[in-house]
Ligand binder design. Structure first.
Ligand code: ZN
Length: 261
């Protein structure tokens, strides 16, 4: 009875094997050996297969380790290529993740106790864009046309003049003009920008003849929360003068913030 089994792992099997060997030595060939050989070889076959699998496992483990270390080595290269491709795309599509915020101008009309933008009321000085058309909040504002010609994002104009004209400010009367810092993804258009986020850094607001000018963040938030605060400011009865002073104040703040191109 030869056995391919190296180390016997089951003590009961080992004990029986030794006993069987003694009986063969004592009595020669025994009856029932056909089944013993069958069982033995069934076990041996599986043991050899198991040994091969263990070897294979060791080889796979070492291959995994070497792949992982190769990946570590080329990560820097991949990073560089990705950054380069993204930079190219931004340059070619006039899009920027500006390290310093881009400045823009906005108008709100004051009605119903809130400052209303074209799409939604602003309740704080900071607004984060969402995309109503395509949903989700990834890659906003979209610049691949998926949400229409105008596209999502917080809009801001490059100058005040077109805002005054398009909002027809002389009929609106109760309104606010603001300087906004645009952050996150900013897409540039001919006359303005679309941004992921905008924060009002200077505000000129008119309500029932009163005019409030402020660049204090807490004060600005206060006005967005409760526009009635404007009524604590001076009265500038003449409408042309009021609109002019608001424009001058905001333009002046923009110049001081200044370093935009
Ligand atoms: Zn969109």
């Amino acid at each position: 009875m030869q056995s391919d089994l190296g180390q016997e792992t089951n003590p009961r099997v080992a004990e029986l094997r030794r006993a069987l060997r003694r009986y063969i030595e004592r009595y020669g060939q025994l009856g029932g050996m056909v089944d013993v050989e069958k069982a033995n070889s069934a076990m041996a076959f599986r043991q050899r297969r198991l040994d091969r699998l263990v070897e294979e496992e060791a080889r796979i483990r070492s291959e995994i380790a070497s792949m992982a270390s190769e990946i570590k080595r080329i990560e820097k290269w991949v990073e560089f290529c990705f950054e380069d491709a993204i930079e190219r795309a931004k340059r070619e599509n006039s899009e920027g993740w500006s390290p310093r915020p881009v400045l823009g101008f906005r108008l709100w009309w004051i009605d119903g106790g809130v400052l209303n933008g074209v799409k939604a009321p602003w309740l704080k000085r900071k607004m984060t864009a969402i995309c109503l058309t395509s949903g989700g909040d990834v890659e906003i504002p979209h610049s691949d046309g998926r949400c229409g010609r105008l596209g999502c994002g917080v809009y801001a104009a490059k100058t005040i003049t077109p805002l005054y004209r398009d909002f027809d400010v002389r009929t609106v009367k109760n309104l606010a003009l603001g300087l906004v810092e645009l952050t996150g993804k900013v897409v540039e258009h001919d006359t303005g920008y679309r941004a992921a986020e905008a924060t009002v850094v200077a505000l000129a607001a008119a309500l029932q003849g009163h005019m409030l000018l402020t660049a204090d963040p807490a004060h600005i938030d206060g006005v967005f929360e409760d526009p009635d605060l404007i009524k604590a400011a001076v009265v500038v009865a003449d409408e042309e003068q009021r609109l002019g002073e608001m424009e001058t104040y905001i333009n002046d703040k923009a110049r001081r913030q200044g370093e935009w191109t």
